[in-house]
Design a protein around this ligand. Structure first.
Ligand code: DC
Length: 229
């Protein structure tokens, strides 16, 4: 570990639309810094999964919020658990994409999950990815990145990602239609829509190797630590 990395344990917020590469980036940066990686989208997905399991309507706001409040979440080494169930694969299907976007629209559910996300970063040392991390969850995050890529590139990445299509490769055209629709839902919802924080750094990953994006963000982190001493 480099000496500047131990000075202060930062909160790093990574927001952006689906398929921009947030997960890969957040994982790599967390690994480099020995920080915790929190995928907040997985929390919305896990809540939707549990609601479906328990026969709770996805639009039943008080019931879904109660479930989100009572659930035990765990994320470790890429494995996502809710109440002890390993849902890593189950939550990454096209149906769960839609179900998660529905529960993410509910203000009562967001309020609970935002509170739980803040609690996960009490001591800093977190790379948190989502849609509202730099705007709502941590408006004072030390580093804010808004990750983007062209819609074509995002659809291509998602279509080739079998972990994200229930084990089957989706066609780019179908994935693109779903992705555009979901971006529209995420960006136009009343509560915490996907927007870029005014103080976030915009990073377009179209055609850029992930390693270069990681280096760019590591440079921002270093600048933040060294510059604040
Ligand atoms: O990042 P993802 O595709 O796994 O997110 C799943 C859904 O949850 C998606 O509709 C966006 C939503 N979401 C959100 O509203 N706020 C977050 N912080 C993270 C995800």
């Amino acid at each position: 570990m480099l000496h500047w990395q131990v000075v202060k344990r930062l909160i790093i917020a990574i927001d952006g639309p689906s398929g921009a590469g947030k997960g890969t980036l957040a994982h790599a940066v967390a690994r480099r810094l020995e920080y915790r990686h929190v995928d907040t989208g997985a929390m919305y997905r896990a809540v939707a999964w549990k609601a479906l399991q328990d026969g709770v309507g996805l639009d039943d706001e008080p019931a879904v919020a109660a479930l989100a409040s009572a659930a035990a979440f765990a994320q470790e080494d890429g494995v996502i658990r809710i109440d002890g169930h390993d849902v890593t694969r189950a939550i990454r299907t096209p149906d769960m994409d839609k179900a998660a976007a529905r529960v993410a629209k509910l203000p009562g559910v967001r309020a609970i999950l935002v509170e739980r996300q803040r609690a996960l970063a009490q001591d800093g040392g977190v790379v948190m990815e989502g849609r509202d991390i730099g705007t709502v969850v941590f408006p004072a995050a030390d580093v804010k990145v808004y990750l983007d890529a062209s819609p074509d590139e995002r659809a291509r990445r998602r279509a080739g990602d079998t972990a994200h299509s229930g084990g089957q490769q989706g066609t780019v055209a179908v994935v693109a239609t779903d992705l555009i629709e979901r971006d529209r839902t995420d960006s136009t919802r009343a509560v915490a829509p996907l927007t870029m924080a005014p103080d976030a750094v915009y990073v377009d990953t179209t055609g850029i190797p992930i390693d270069d994006v990681v280096e760019r963000v590591m440079a921002l982190v270093k600048e933040r630590v060294v510059g604040s001493r």
